[in-house]
Design a protein around this ligand. Structure first.
Ligand code: IMP
Length: 430
């Protein structure tokens, strides 16, 4: 079958190294589209020895041959958008008409970040967000009163009139949350954001039409999910989730491309599990005890790309990923960071949970039930030695091959890619 449209999606709590897989698959596609989230994502791509860190722009932007699209489902912080473009241009990567930004995407303002700071600090219900204003901006989008779309940055007068109404209301709301809340000036913000709008103008377009035309012309589209499916606002471990649909459920609403146009979904998993922020994590290896969690964090450099926070680390959870693989309708798996697990005597994989003395095989996405689940583990032998030079399955120690095979068996999916290091070359195609 010729594959035209692919979605690359994380099946855990994000940071599965999706950027590397998107980067590898770019050669089979003509467009790369981000459909959810904002600058809360962090994609690190290592190409030809150079490291690129992107948080808002699609990974495809590193390949100017491709048309990169920031679709309507995103929330945009204009200074970050402009900064990322400048950083790439300074590194010699051309960014121009190869990047399109949806006129329907929503805009993040500084009052969104203030609102998030106050909710995280003062509510007793902190989620452990990235502090990028993502949640409050999506709230304003859905609430319809305070949402501002990218297209509105292009009309200074209208922007000022709207911001006068919105900011006055925001200041009152923020003041009610805390007497020490910052307050904002609508006219200063509208001047500043209209300025950003002028600089963003060349990129702004109707991306739904652009994508429809691309499909009519037989072009191949690669969809790049941000975050992981367990952080999906509808299907993840709510309320400890992000505010968008980070599973492929978001493709249709977030880009305007019908989900049935997808020919293939590649589910990306780490060989273990990580999570940043709060929320239940049954296989977490708490610090202390045998130090395995700390060792995985150190070897895997498990610190947030966006916030630098140490990630919580744990064993692979096949119950959670079976759930997200089915949700995503994944066709194949990419197993990442296998090299990080070297030198451990034995490895554990969670194959079921125990809840109130009962064994359960189905993932309860309700966070309050999940936090009461205890993992049931299968133990596999570990392996010694550095895997980073392996280029084919046969180069891996037998125990590492067995581990990968077991992940595929437990999820009922073929493993088509195994990654043994950050560089493009450190990849095994199975
Ligand atoms: P928000 O997306 O900033 O609102 O954060 C909500 C939750 O999603 C927090 O637990 C974050 O740590 C988590 N989160 C958001 N983006 C990412 C990501 O790219 N990788 C991993 N976790 C993320």
């Amino acid at each position: 079958m010729t594959v035209a449209c692919t979605c690359v999606v994380g099946l855990q709590w994000g940071d599965e190294a999706k950027g590397k897989i998107v980067d590898l698959l770019t050669e089979q596609h003509d467009l790369v589209v981000r459909y959810n989230g904002g600058a809360n994502a962090g994609h690190t791509v290592v190409s030809k020895g150079k490291t690129y860190k992107l948080s808002l722009l699609p990974t495809g932007v590193l390949h100017p041959r491709l048309q990169s699209v920031i679709a309507n489902g995103l929330v945009i912080y204009p200074p970050r958008f402009l900064e990322e473009i400048q950083e790439l241009q300074a590194a010699g990567i051309p960014v121009g008409s190869n990047l399109a930004l949806s006129d329907h995407a929503h805009v993040i303002f500084p009052y969104h970040m203030e609102e998030e700071r106050l909710s995280e600090e003062g509510s007793g219900q902190a989620i452990g967000t990235t502090g990028r204003g993502i949640g409050p901006c999506y709230q304003d989008k859905v609430g319809r009163v305070g949402g501002v779309r990218v297209a509105e940055l292009l009309c200074h007068g209208r922007l000022r009139d709207r911001l006068r109404l919105i900011v006055e209301r925001k200041n009152r709301l923020l003041g009610a949350l805390s007497a020490s809340a910052k307050s904002f000036n609508a006219d200063a913000l509208s001047d500043q954001y209209a300025g950003y709008g002028e600089r963003m103008r060349p990129f702004i377009t109707d991306t739904v039409r652009l994508l429809r035309r691309a499909l009519e012309d037989g072009k191949r589209i690669l969809f790049e999910a941000a975050q992981g499916s367990l952080l999906d606002v509808d299907h993840g471990t709510y309320p400890y989730v992000t505010s968008s649909n980070s599973s492929p459920a978001g493709v249709w609403s977030g880009s305007g491309v019908p989900a049935r146009k997808l020919d293939r979904v590649v589910g990306v998993i780490k060989a273990y599990t990580t999570r940043v922020g709060r929320g239940p994590f049954p296989t977490e290896l708490a610090d202390g005890a045998d130090g395995i969690g700390e060792r995985i964090r150190r070897t895997g450099r498990e610190y947030g790309t966006v916030t630098g926070r140490p990630r919580r680390c744990g064993w692979f959870d096949a119950v959670a990923t079976r759930y997200t693989a089915a949700l995503a309708s994944a066709d194949a798996l990419a197993v990442m960071l296998l090299d990080v697990l070297s030198e451990l005597d034995e490895l554990r994989i969670c194959t079921a949970y125990e809840l109130d003395g009962q064994r359960i095989d189905d993932f309860p996405s309700d966070a309050f039930i999940l936090e009461r689940c205890r993992p049931v583990y299968e133990v596999l032998p570990g392996w010694q030695g550095d895997l980073s030079q392996a280029r084919k399955l046969a180069d891996l120690p037998a125990a590492a091959r067995r581990y990968v095979q077991r992940l595929g068996e437990l999820l009922g999916l073929p493993v088509t890619i195994v990654s043994v290091g950050p560089d493009r070359e450190q990849t095994i195609l199975c």
